[in-house]
Design a protein around this ligand. Structure first.
Ligand code: SF4
Length: 475
């Protein structure tokens, strides 16, 4: 079975010299629907496909993707790493990345609009201010003016994170859409079917992946490259560029983080505060922490970051990789291979347990990020697959039970320091694994399973509700 490829609809339309508006008129539908087909947010009905084929002078086959090879059709398991490493504005995938994506799609669908209004409901209305949802919306829709309304009273909504987007031209409403931010940065337009991204990795345990890699003499990143589409490296290149930019911007930034807690940005000070008699070890810790603070502070400021695997834990992996690139001059290509290796570990945790603080506590965010960073570093150090597994296992094992209790619901305290500590811990985990790998008793698969069970047992008040722990004691 093949699937409809959004890009093919777009390229056939352009080849015919048709704008989205013209094609929409020919089909008797809204140009918004065309835009959604081309972006992959919904797909044409069978009748529309037949009509498209007639308009384009094409065959039905021309709309289908040939990336669905037999191997991928049969796959039952993990999704692409593109679904794990998402690029967008922090500090929250559901409260900032989802709304940011919704704004981009809506803007593209309605180029006529010269002004916008966005109404936030449910959780977006209740905690959107603290997360900076309104600021992200305004930045994304800029330079057009936008009014953001928080309506926490409306209860008749289809999802806890619902928003209405309204486009205006010269003060008159021309477009309206209801959008749900459904988690992990994904969005869904009301009354439109969503195309689920395919599962392209048949294996979904580390032991299966390791067995395959050993049989075919592959490193983990080579295994991923076999499973992913050919544009993986181009995407990972973008991921690494954004990660580096987050580090560099964060090191330049000063002042107070938004949200009202008066938390000072510290990355720049950490980076520049060298002691006269600083040891090499202390310097390493300071540098790694400065890089983790830099990215985490960019996230808390609502700037662009990469989920690794989440917004709250976005600083761990870039901190470790950026430090290693500076210190040991690894090429970008080597860093990309390390990133992909980290992605496999993150994907395993996402598939078999969780990467959500709301679901399993901070062990699922910072613990997962630490395991990913350990795997990445193991790849950079050319460790074999058993040692990489051990390093990841150590990294996550010692985060088991870590609760999520962010003060005031802001991704600042304890989140930012936690990124720095986890980055240092990832480095230690790799050192330990290099020496002790043949004495280990616990597999990565087992510790992931344990993390899931532990997450279930953690009280709900310690899972991103800000009702317990530090959030309760401090305020
Ligand atoms: S404490 Fe909660 S919000 Fe902060 S990094 Fe951990 S999981 Fe994310």
């Amino acid at each position: 079975m093949k699937k409809i490829e959004p890009q093919k609809i777009k390229s056939l339309r352009i080849r015919q010299g048709l704008s989205q508006q013209k094609l929409a008129r020919l089909l008797g539908i809204s140009d918004r629907a065309i835009s959604k087909w081309e972006l992959g947010y919904s797909q044409p009905s069978a009748d529309h496909l037949v009509a498209l084929a007639q308009i384009f002078g094409a065959n039905m086959e021309d709309f289908l993707s040939d990336v669905d090879t037999v191997k991928k059709e049969e796959a039952k398991g993990m999704k692409s790493l593109v679904e794990l490493f998402k690029i967008g504005r922090g500090p929250s995938s559901s409260h900032t990345m989802g709304p940011e994506r919704a704004c981009k799609v809506f803007m593209e669908q309605h180029p006529e609009a010269d002004e916008f209004q966005v109404i936030l409901y449910g959780s977006l209305a209740k905690t959107g201010k603290g997360h900076g949802t309104d600021q992200v919306i305004e930045k994304t829709l800029a330079p057009f003016p936008c009014e953001v309304v928080f309506d926490a009273m409306e209860t008749n909504i289809p999802h806890p994170n619902t928003m209405d987007m309204i486009g205006l031209k010269k003060g008159v409403e021309t477009a309206r859409a209801r959008v749900m931010s459904v988690g992990g940065g994904s969005i869904s337009f009301e009354n439109e079917s969503v195309i689920e991204s395919p599962e392209i990795y048949p294996e979904h345990t580390f032991s299966d992946i390791a067995a395959y890699c050993k049989k075919h003499s592959l490193r983990l990143w080579e295994y991923a490259a076999e499973r992913e589409n050919s544009d993986l490296w181009e995407y990972m290149d973008r991921v690494w560029s954004v990660m580096k930019r987050s580090v560099l911007c964060g090191l330049e930034d000063e002042g107070i983080l938004p949200g009202g807690l008066s938390v000072k940005k510290k990355a720049k000070a950490l980076f520049g505060s060298q002691h006269v008699d600083e040891s090499a070890e202390t310097r390493e810790n300071r540098m790694v922490c400065a890089f983790a603070f830099a990215v985490s502070e960019q996230n808390a400021s609502g700037e662009q970051i990469v989920t690794a695997p989440t917004c709250g834990a976005a600083g761990v992996l870039p901190a470790v990789l950026y430090y290693q690139q500076q210190k040991n001059k690894y090429s970008d290509r080597q860093i990309l291979q390390a990133l992909v290796t980290a992605g496999i570990v993150g994907n395993l945790i996402k598939t078999n347990a969780s990467i959500s603080g709301a679901e399993c506590g901070c062990q699922a965010e910072i613990g997962s990020a630490c395991a990913m960073a350990a795997a990445a570093l193991g790849e950079l150090f050319s460790l074999d697959i058993d040692k990489i597994e051990y390093a990841s296992e150590i990294a996550i094992e010692h985060h088991l039970g870590l609760t999520c209790d962010p003060i005031c619901g802001l991704v600042q305290i304890p989140c930012i320091e936690r990124n720095a500590v986890a980055a240092m811990r990832a480095i230690n985990a790799v050192s330990l694994a290099s020496f002790l790998w043949d004495s280990r008793k616990i597999s990565l698969d087992k510790v992931i399973k344990t993390m899931k069970e532990t997450g279930r047992d953690i009280s709900a008040s310690y899972k991103e509700t800000s009702e317990a722990g530090l959030a309760k004691i401090v305020f």
